[in-house]
Design a protein around this ligand. Structure first.
Ligand code: ZN
Length: 214
């Protein structure tokens, strides 16, 4: 199965993307995590991406599309994949369809997580990430002393999680990614999923919406 996961910032794409890929035995790409790794390693891509991501912007299509083509070239051969963070714009969605049709493949579903703005803002204010194992979640999920329950390292708010950054990313989502959601709706590939419940509830809804018995 080839699935793209769409949704506004703080809608749980990363968590749900990893879970979905693990549940179905699929490959998984988070473009956000890939870019953050490049920033930490100060690669040429990281140096380009850092100032854009720091203000909550999206990377331009002519930068993202080759990154995707490279990843798909290496990872499209298995059982399929879940993409988190791509496509973020209509040209990226068209690029993905083009790449797949050139390779005799097609996208199976576009899962769009939906949550109201105020709920997303509240989550943003509470979100932390573990530098050790890359777990992300809410502050209240940490063990005593603010430590990661998986690996014991101290978790901290993500650098890009301040409120202004969230508002910028949400505005970019509305301007650039909502048209992508409309595109998948009109081409009958969209699966909207309410993402206001617990992680477990949302994960179960995604699987059942894709036609899997849970
Ligand atoms: Zn950890």
């Amino acid at each position: 199965m080839r699935i793209v996961l769409l949704g506004p910032p703080a809608s749980g794409k990363g968590t749900q993307g990893r879970r979905l890929a693990a549940s179905l035995g699929l490959g998984y790409l988070s473009t956000g995590a890939l870019l953050r790794e490049n920033i930490e390693e100060s690669t040429p891509l990281g140096l380009t991406a850092e100032p854009i991501l720091a203000r909550g912007g999206y990377l331009p299509d002519d930068l993202m599309c080759p990154i995707l083509a490279d990843w798909l070239g290496k990872n499209d051969s298995g059982k399929g994949w879940v993409l988190d963070g791509f496509p973020r714009s209509l040209p990226q969605a068209e690029f993905l369809d083009g790449w797949l049709s050139q390779n005799g493949a097609a996208l199976d579903a576009a899962v769009a997580l939906e949550a109201p703005f105020d709920e997303l803002l509240r989550r943003t204010r509470e979100r932390v990430e573990c530098p050790g194992c890359r777990w992300t979640g809410q502050r209240r999920e940490l063990s005593e002393g603010g430590l990661c329950r998986k690996c014991g390292k101290p978790a901290a708010p993500r650098d890009d999680d301040d409120e202004e950054n969230f508002r910028n990313r949400h505005a970019e989502f509305t301007a650039l990614t909502v048209p992508v959601i409309d595109f998948y709706r009109t081409t009958h590939r969209l699966i909207p999923v309410t993402a206001t419940g617990t992680k477990e509830e949302t994960a179960a809804t995604i699987l059942s919406s894709l036609g899997f018995k849970i």
